[in-house]
Design a protein around this ligand. Structure first.
Ligand code: TXA
Ligand code: MG
Length: 357
């Protein structure tokens, strides 16, 4: 009896020591109430994690240097890696971009709100802290009502990187945010799992031809319909290449704490046999289950039955899950590099500790 009281007290003490963040479930309190509460915090200079259609973002007032500095601090983000600024209406663009060229109008009309981030020269009002010292700024309008209301009620554009510790897989559910940042931010708005699962496509319109710096939720093929001469930055398909245009290209990214081996299907059997010699329990993530798999019991398989959207939606949560259930390594089979498959391939390449293709 005395023992259980003691244990209870200790447990409570531990909870108090770990200041856990408040989590507002939109399914319980409604979008408006959650967005209002979040907006109050943003206006006071705090940090609010919120869902977008791609991944969860960690938001702060984009026009306030001190608020933005907190984002870098809690994520452990290198200061030269610029943030994306989120808007809820095109009227906010004049505040952020020097001008809006014709091609940007066309893209915005076709793809916003949605997973397309556009880079253009910034105005003076935008702190260099947001852009990592660059004279350009990345802006997008997310396709998520919670996010849009939060921005609207805050009455300022919101700077928001993915709400993970720097270098980790992006969070696609509120619990991921709490695990990574729970004791250092002010609020998490829980809107359930995100739809797309990989981040927005980053398109640099200051380059001629317009250049995709990061493939994402909106495919190259779709963008080509509006901007026929759009190109892919070479770093998209490579682990690292020369001087990065987008400072985010430089680091190991999107990565679980265990080794990740990216492999093309033709080397799969060989790699599985190799990896199982070194590691006891291994996870396999693949678009479809290959016909010839070695008969091994300690291989945990996540296959998406050829549904590439499902693979994108579940990519980061699977990497996190594999780590949480105590696997020793992950093997990922490279998906086709088309549509959203290109974004998946890019993330796996940046996360990989080893590549065989
Ligand atoms: O889907 C998304 O884009 C999510 C949600 C929360 O909106 N956000 C996101 O932010 O992925 P973050 O910080 O994790 O990634 C931002 C990317 C980085 O690769 C960064 O280098 C690039 O955008 N970026 C931002 N500003 C840039 C600029 N001015 N020039 C070039 N690249 C820029
Ligand atoms: Mg990120």
């Amino acid at each position: 009896m005395l023992n259980s009281i003691k244990q209870n007290l200790i447990r409570r003490f531990i909870v108090l020591l770990h200041r856990m963040v408040e989590v507002l479930k939109v399914s319980k309190i409604g979008i408006d109430k959650a967005a209002m509460k979040g907006a109050q915090i943003i206006r006071k200079g705090g940090l609010v994690a919120f869902p977008t259609e791609t991944v969860y973002g960690l938001g702060a007032n984009a026009l306030d240097e001190d608020s933005v500095t907190k984002i870098f601090d809690v994520k452990g983000r290198p200061p030269d890696n610029p943030l994306i600024v989120h808007v809820s209406s095109t009227e906010q663009l004049d505040l952020l971009w020097q001008e809006v060229p014709e091609v940007a109008y066309k893209l915005i009309e076709t793809f916003w709100p949605g997973p397309l981030t556009i880079v253009l020269p910034k105005t003076e009002i935008v702190p260099y802290r947001v852009t990592g010292g660059l004279d350009t700024i990345a802006v997008r309008m997310p396709k998520n009502t919670i996010a849009l209301r939060l921005i609207e009620y805050s009455e300022v554009p919101i700077a928001a990187p993915s709400a993970n510790k720097s270098g980790r897989p992006s969070p696609t559910k509120a619990e991921d945010v709490v695990k990574d940042l729970g004791d250092s931010i002010d609020l998490v708005i829980d809107g359930g799992p995100t739809e797309v699962g990989v981040e927005s496509t980053v398109l640099d319109l200051t380059k001629d031809p317009p250049t995709i710096l990061r493939p994402g939720g909106l495919s190259l093929e779709e963008i080509k319909k509006v901007v026929p001469n759009v190109t892919l930055h070479p770093a998209v398909l490579n682990k690292f290449l020369g001087r990065p245009e987008s400072p985010g290209m430089r680091y190991r990214h999107y990565a679980p704490e265990i080794p990740l081996i990216l492999v093309s299907e033709k080397y799969l059997v060989e790699v599985i046999n190799d990896v199982l010699k070194k590691y006891e329990k291994v996870g396999l993530i693949t678009l479809s289950t290959p016909k010839y798999l070695p008969d091994v019991s300690n291989l945990v398989i996540r296959s998406f039955r050829n549904d590439i959207k499902a693979m994108a939606r579940n990519l980061f949560s699977t990497l996190r899950e594999f780590e949480e259930i105590g696997l020793d390594a992950i093997i990922a089979v490279a998906p086709p590099k088309e549509g959203i498959g290109l974004a998946i391939y890019n993330r796996l390449k940046k996360a990989a500790t080893d590549i065989k293709e």
